[in-house]
Ligand binder design. Structure first.
Ligand SMILES: Cc1ncc(COP(=O)(O)O)c(C=O)c1O
Length: 424
């Protein structure tokens, strides 16, 4: 029965029964974590053989450089060739960074802030600064722009991507808006992939600020959960078609392909943008970890092989996503107290509770030993105006632990919802 159709007496007995179940759980002293999107141990084990690729003693890259030595600031040619396929750019439109794409994003924001974009006025000297943030979104993106003092503007997500009408209007009118965070394929946390129309409208944006940049974080570009994934359009190609190729910075990494923390991160952009970024990069570093770049290229050989490798990840994590959706469908749907996404890729499921319940659900879970991503984390400044969104990260725990954590999660959703309804 839908909770909203219950009489007060029915609601009180529902709450009492749920509370008793909750207290039983609390007594079990659980200690489970569903907070961050980490690969599980079996996933990390998939790439272990990569550590042996130098057993052949071959360290020379195609360019005649010994990868153990200094040199090649923007990456070894083999890595540029390999990763340009991953993010859909040409070999001269890419920089191979270190182990973190978040770090590359931070670098790009910091450089624009301190030195400007393509010789323009540094953002730090441009007065008020604003950044567009599709919500719910990735907390660490928001932390970067918060750190640099941007006012962050929430942009609602739709099933085809962020609200483009709103974005087009805002950027055309306000030159203090310097950029937007985007996760175009399997967005974090909803798993939404941008439609062709959305990508084309992004590529054709005409912002008042000439130094506006789209931060196109394609972190989950090959992280599918189905056998027949739908591709998204290539934004740099679309931007070139309309003479707007400088508008986008593309990011990606192998953090959730090989090893988070020991993968390879990349950035793609127009040649003009890349050349400008490289000038500054060369001040801060001589070269990144080329042994790791070469290790990745030697291990996979081709980009197609790396895509095949992702199927092994899919086989490990897809059952976990299915379990979450099955439990929610069985336990929450009939009560009408929540909605959620069923992503075809990426790392998260986005759960929307009744308004005003997310913080309470996270608190109840935490007090019974299950850690979730903090309520509000998916919004700038950690403020979810409706207090309803919770990011579920199902990949890390073993499936038995996940099942246990979900059992508790649905009890907490029920309890928080009943409490809320009784208080109104
Ligand atoms: C959308 C998104 N971008 C970037 C990252 C971090 O990437 P990296 O490990 O390359 O810094 C994450 C990690 O969860 C993510 O969800």
């Amino acid at each position: 029965m839908n909770l909203s159709e219950m009489s007060k007496e029915q609601l009180i007995s529902f709450k009492n029964e749920t509370e008793a179940l909750y207290n039983d759980f609390k007594a079990q002293g659980l200690c489970l974590n569903m907070s961050r999107g980490n690969p599980c141990k079996e996933q990390l084990d998939l790439s272990l053989d990569m550590l042996n690729v130098f057993d052949d003693g071959k360290f020379m890259s195609e360019s005649g450089n010994d990868v153990r030595n200094y040199g090649l600031l923007d990456g070894i040619p083999e890595a540029k060739e390999f990763f340009s396929d991953m993010i859909g750019v040409n070999n001269d439109e890419i920089i191979i960074f270190g182990n973190s794409s978040l770090n590359a994003m931070y670098f790009a924001v910091q450089l624009a802030y301190n030195k400007g974009v393509l010789g323009g006025t540094p953002w730090s000297q441009s007065g008020k600064l604003k950044f567009l943030c599709p919500v719910p979104g990735y907390d660490r993106h928001f932390k970067v722009t918060e750190f640099f003092g941007f006012e962050m503007i929430n942009i609602p997500m739709t099933p085809t991507g962020p609200d483009m009408d709103m974005i087009e209007k805002l950027v055309a009118e306000d030159d203090s808006i310097k950029g937007i965070w985007c996760v175009p394929q399997y967005s974090n946390p909803q798993g939404i992939s941008y439609s062709d129309e959305t990508v084309k409208r992004f590529a054709a944006l005409k912002p008042a600020a000439k130094d506006f940049r789209i931060f196109w974080d394609n972190a989950y570009c090959i992280h599918h959960l189905t056998e027949s994934p739908k591709p998204i359009l290539n934004i740099l190609d679309e931007a070139k078609k309309v003479g707007n190729e400088d508008i986008v910075y593309i990011f990606g990494s192998t953090s959730k392909i090989t090893f988070p923390g020991a993968g390879v991160a990349v950035m793609g952009a127009s040649k003009r943008n890349i050349d400008d970024l490289k000038k500054a990069l060369g001040i801060s570093i001589i070269s990144y970890d080329k042994m790791n770049q070469f290790r990745h290229v030697k291990y996979f050989g081709t980009f197609a092989n790396m895509c095949e490798h992702m199927k092994k990840h899919m086989n490990i994590i897809a059952p976990k996503f299915k379990l979450v959706c099955d439990v929610l469908k069985k336990e929450i749907a009939p009560l009408g107290i929540g909605s959620w996404t069923e992503p075809e890729g990426g790392y998260f499921i986005s759960f929307d509770a009744m308004n005003g319940c997310a913080k309470r659900i996270v608190q109840l879970c935490s007090e019974a030993g299950v850690t979730l991503t903090g309520a509000g984390a998916t919004f700038p400044y950690g403020i979810d105006p409706d207090d309803k969104n919770i990011r579920i990260a199902p990949t890390y725990p073993p499936i038995e632990d996940l099942a246990k954590a979900l059992e508790l999660f649905v009890i907490c959703v029920k309890l928080a919802s009943a409490e809320k309804m009784l208080s109104e």
